[in-house]
Structure formats: structure tokens, C-alpha cells
Design a binder for this molecule. Structure first.
Ligand SMILES: NC(=O)c1ccc[n+]([C@@H]2O[C@H](COP(=O)([O-])OP(=O)(O)OC[C@H]3O[C@@H](n4cnc5c(N)ncnc54)[C@H](OP(=O)(O)O)[C@@H]3O)[C@@H](O)[C@H]2O)c1
Length: 323
């Protein structure tokens, strides 16, 4: 109840920020000129605003996108309002593990450091489709591509943190929709089962996977003593291109529930908070909403499920590579 009231009123929570806080407000006074950040899906929506604000704070921003025209347009927009912005675009298609590998190789070849990885790209409610590697599209894009990408960049993030003494941060964009998944959470026995596919539950499953991934990753990083955190966020409800497969439904929903919706600058606030705010130093394995830590679902807290997802994802990556 308190959560709903603060969502509607924008009252700040314990962090001092709330649902009405924008990405600019949450990063005010932060000097990010010593940081390099990769933002997947940074060509539009929440990712594009995250890129703009991080560049405004001085970060070297890499927009990783499948649509290079849109990525270059996003870069142009940022640079036209801030000529000092350091923004680059690089091709990444999360539906293809080959593309993920090429992106990681290309990024590593730049010799740039990597302080922050924001796994932001996503698709929602798409009709049943398989990725290039034969994996259900929402699971492949939202989880598996990011799982593989993170693993490929992990050494770079850890090394950067070690060499610079600056904590590395990995942020997964999840969703409140993680609450609405298949009863077993992740459908390991039928990830590609078209006959049991439900586009809403498949989205919820992929967003649950985003939280489980961040939690298991954070446990592994802690065990290694790495100076890198991994957290997940729900950005809020924001009208973006994400709604392309359910535009009519979402427009009706927005009319009925308009007080629960945010604009894009507010939508990018939680990602920027978790990626950059000094008060979150050392905080890892947590889930955030409206710039405040929140408890996710019981399934999202299930350590066994997180470990099972990790092994399952590793196997999927391996089998895709054998194709
Ligand atoms: N908006 C919301 O209300 C809401 C709520 C909860 C969670 N989220 C999460 O927030 C994140 C950002 O969503 P958004 O609302 O900003 O939506 P958006 O504007 O559609 O942004 C998503 C981005 O991901 C990119 N993308 C999709 N498939 C990709 C692929 N295979 N490879 C590389 N990039 C790909 C899209 O590129 P294309 O344009 O080429 O498709 C787009 O740039 C998502 O993870 C979403 O699940 C959003």
C-alpha cells in the first residue's frame, strides 16, 4: 500500500528519491568522466535517456544496438545538445549469440575500460518466434543474450575495477512483470514449447530470469572477492516502443491507470541510480524500484532456481555454439 501511494504521489523513499525522480536528478553532482558504460538497447526509450544523462555526467557511453541507424540518430541527438558528450555506437543483436560474441570482441579490441554494463534491451509480448539460435525470442533477447554478453565482458569489468579501484557495476533491467510468470518460474522443460506458449508469461519468465541472473552473478562475484556489483531494477511503467506488440491494450491500460505511469526521464532514473549513485557502493544482488530497494517475488529470491538457470543458460549457449 505504501508502495502504491509513493508511486502515485512521487514521495521519496528511504533513498531520498522516488517515482517522480528523473535520471538527471538522481545523478546530479556525480562526475562520471572516469567511467565507461555500455548500454544495450540504448538507441531508444529508457536506454536512450540513460545514455543521454550518463554522457551529460561525463561518461564515455557505448550505445549497443541492433538498429545502427537508430543508434546513430540517438547519438546525433545527444551530441547536438551536448557537444562534449562522448558517445559511440556499436552493433549488437541479442537474438544472435554470434552477434553477441562479435560485439564483445569488437569492444575488447577498442582497449577501452569497462566500469558499467547496463543490460537494458528488451522485447515484450511478441508472438511465438525463435531466435537465430533456436531459442524462444523473449527468453533469448531479454535473458540469454545478456547472460552471454555479461560473461564475455566480465573479465574486462573485473580487470577495470581492479586497475582503477572503482567499483564495477552491472545492472539488469527487469520488470514488475517478473511476478507474472509460469507457475514453475522458468520453464526449463519447455522453453521452446510453442503449444504451451503464453506471450505475457514468457515475458514475465524472461524478466524473472533477469533478477535471478543478477542475484547468482552477485553471489559468484562476492565469492571471488571481485569489486563488481550486480543488481536488477524495475524502471516503472513507461509508454515506449516496448509496447509495440500490445499497443492498443497498453493505451487502454494507460487511460485506466494513468497515475501509475512515468515519463521516460523518470523511467531512466532507477537504472542511473543503481549504476552510478555513490550511496550504493557495495550493494549487490538486490532489486530496485523507483530508486529504492524492494523485495522481489519468492521465485526471484530462490537461490536454487537461480543456480539452475545459470547452468541451463550455459548449456543453451554451448548448444547454440555447436549448431
Ligand atoms: N517501458 C516500460 O514500461 C518497462 C517496464 C518494465 C521494464 N521495462 C524494461 O526496460 C527495458 C527498456 O525498455 P524500453 O521501455 O525502453 O523499450 P524500448 O524503447 O523498446 O527499448 C528497448 C530497446 O531494446 C532494443 N532491442 C530489442 N531487441 C533487441 C535485440 N535483439 N538486440 C539488441 N537490441 C534489441 C530495441 O531495439 P529495436 O528498436 O531495434 O527493437 C530498443 O532499442 C526493457 O528491458 C524492458 O523490458 C520497461
Amino acid at each position: 500500500m505504501v508502495g502504491i501511494i509513493s508511486l502515485v504521489t512521487g514521495w521519496p523513499g528511504p533513498s531520498g528519491f522516488g517515482s517522480a525522480t528523473t535520471a538527471e536528478q538522481v545523478t546530479e553532482g556525480i562526475d562520471a568522466s572516469n567511467l565507461t558504460v555500455i548500454i544495450t538497447g540504448g538507441a531508444s526509450g529508457i536506454g536512450a535517456e540513460t545514455a543521454r544523462v550518463m554522457a551529460q555526467r561525463g561518461a564515455q557511453v557505448i550505445i549497443a544496438a541492433r538498429n545502427m541507424e537508430a543508434a546513430n540518430e540517438a547519438k546525433k541527438k545527444i551530441v547536438s545538445s551536448n557537444s562534449a558528450a562522448r558517445v559511440e555506437t556499436m552493433k549488437l543483436d541479442l537474438n544472435s549469440l554470434k552477434s553477441v560474441r562479435e560485439f564483445a570482441d569488437n569492444f575488447i579490441a577498442t582497449n577501452l575500460p569497462l566500469n558499467i554494463l547496463i543490460n537494458n534491451a528488451g522485447v515484450m509480448f511478441c508472438p511465438f518466434q525463435l531466435s537465430e539460435d533456436g531459442v524462444e525470442m523473449q527468453f533469448a533477447t531479454n535473458h540469454l543474450g545478456h547472460f552471454y554478453l555479461t560473461n564475455l565482458l566480465l573479465e574486462k569489468i573485473k580487470r577495470t575495477a581492479k586497475e582503477t579501484g572503482i567499483e564495477g557495476r552491472i545492472v539488469n533491467l527487469s520488470s514488475i512483470a517478473h511476478l507474472h510468470t509460469y507457475p514453475e518460474g522458468i520453464r526449463f522443460d519447455g522453453i521452446n514449447d510453442r503449444s504451451r506458449y503464453n506471450e505475457k508469461k514468457a515475458y514475465g519468465q524472461s524478466k524473472l530470469a533477469n533478477i535471478l541472473h543478477a542475484k547468482e552473478l552477485s553471489r559468484r562475484l562476492k565469492d571471488e572477492g571481485a569489486n563488481v556489483t550486480a543488481n536488477s531494477v524495475h524502471p516503472g511503467l513507461i509508454m515506449t516502443d516496448l509496447m509495440r506488440h500490445s499497443l492498443f491494450q497498453m493505451k487502454v491500460l494507460k487511460i485506466l491507470t494513468h497515475m501509475f505511469w512515468k515519463n521516460v526521464p523518470q523511467g531512466a532514473a532507477t537504472s542511473c541510480y543503481v549504476a552510478m549513485h555513490p550511496s550504493l557502493k557495495g550493494i549487490t544482488g538486490k532489486y530496485f524500484l523507483d530508486c529504492n530497494e524492494k523485495e522481489p517475488s519468492d521465485l526471484a529470491e530462490n537461490e536454487k532456481l537461480a543456480k539452475q538457470l545459470w547452468t541451463f543458460s550455459e548449456e543453451l549457449v554451448k548448444s547454440a555454439q555447436r549448431l
